[in-house]
Design a protein around this ligand. Structure first.
Ligand SMILES: Nc1ncnc2c1ncn2[C@@H]1O[C@H](COP(=O)(O)OP(=O)(O)OP(=O)(O)O)[C@@H](O)[C@H]1O
Ligand SMILES: [Mg+2]
Length: 243
């Protein structure tokens, strides 16, 4: 469904993605791991067309979405992205946040947008929080609203960037549980995370990035427990030691 071919991204002199090749099949859950600065967020932002790439191609359902001539807004609507820190509009209720895009971007009537919004909140277990403002929601609940918002158009692909790393530990579980449920229901997901236990349980494939390159990839169970490359081993070792 998604193919990255030789994707290269630079910021000034700095090469942040250095020839990245990734294939994601429909219904596959892909997890990106790697040290801070290895390029995980940049990769997700390039796929979501929030950044232009300098070389290579990004194909979604066979279409080159990195071609500057395509309509990026239209392509982006096939994807739902959630970031590390919840970016809900503080002056809008949970329902307002979720129903905003259907109304504004898609011109749905307020009533249809609200119906859709309630359906989505129900799906993330927050039907009773429709009228709550973000600052009256826990961090975990806010992230679940952000996920509901990303699901608004039944995206082909969900892009999740460390969506639990700003949460208090006791709130991580509810968000990961939701993502696990979406994975089980067949969503196609590309997720950057430091939650190795979650990656092992939910990911089909794990990619290890180092300095903007894919050093190693493979089935989650194999890569996380028996990595081949020295750098992957060192990363995972440091990781377990740091926890
Ligand atoms: N807008 C930007 N301008 C310049 N450099 C950037 C920009 N965004 C990211 N970078 C650099 O690109 C590199 C990769 O950053 P990125 O955010 O993709 O890493 P990451 O793997 O997501 O790290 P983390 O685990 O800390 O989230 C870093 O060296 C970062 O400083
Ligand atoms: Mg990041």
């Amino acid at each position: 469904m998604l193919s990255l071919r030789g994707v290269r991204k630079t910021y000034g002199e700095r090469v942040v993605l250095d020839g990245v090749d990734i294939d994601v099949a429909e219904h596959e859950v892909v997890v990106l791991i790697g040290a801070s600065g290895s390029g995980k967020s940049t990769l997700l932002r390039c796929v979501d067309l929030l950044e232009d790439i300098d070389d290579g191609r990004i194909l979604l359902d066979g279409r080159d979405i990195s071609d500057p001539r395509i309509d990026a807004d239209a392509a982006r609507q096939a994807m739902g992205m959630v970031f590390q820190s919840y970016n809900l509009f503080p002056h809008m209720t949970a329902l307002g946040n979720v129903a905003l895009a259907p109304r504004v971007v898609h011109g749905a009537t307020r009533r249809d947008a609200d119906d859709r919004g309630r359906e989505l909140l129900e799906r993330v277990g927050l039907a009773d929080k429709a009228d709550a403002y973000p600052d009256h929601l826990s961090g975990g609940q806010q992230q679940r609203v952000a996920i509901a918002r990303a699901l608004a158009y039944d995206p082909r692909l969900l892009l999740l960037d460390e969506i639990t790393s700003a949460l208090d530990p006791e709130l991580v579980g509810e968000v990961l549980e939701l993502v696990g449920g979406l994975a089980e229901a067949g969503s196609t997901i590309v997720m950057a995370t430091h939650e190795m236990a979650f990656a092992r349980d939910v990911a089909d494939t794990v990619f290890f990035l180092d300095g903007g390159r894919i050093v190693e990839s493979g089935p989650a169970a194999t890569l996380l427990t028996a990595p081949e490359h020295e750098r992957t081993k060192a990363f995972l070792r440091r990781f377990t030691a740091g926890r």
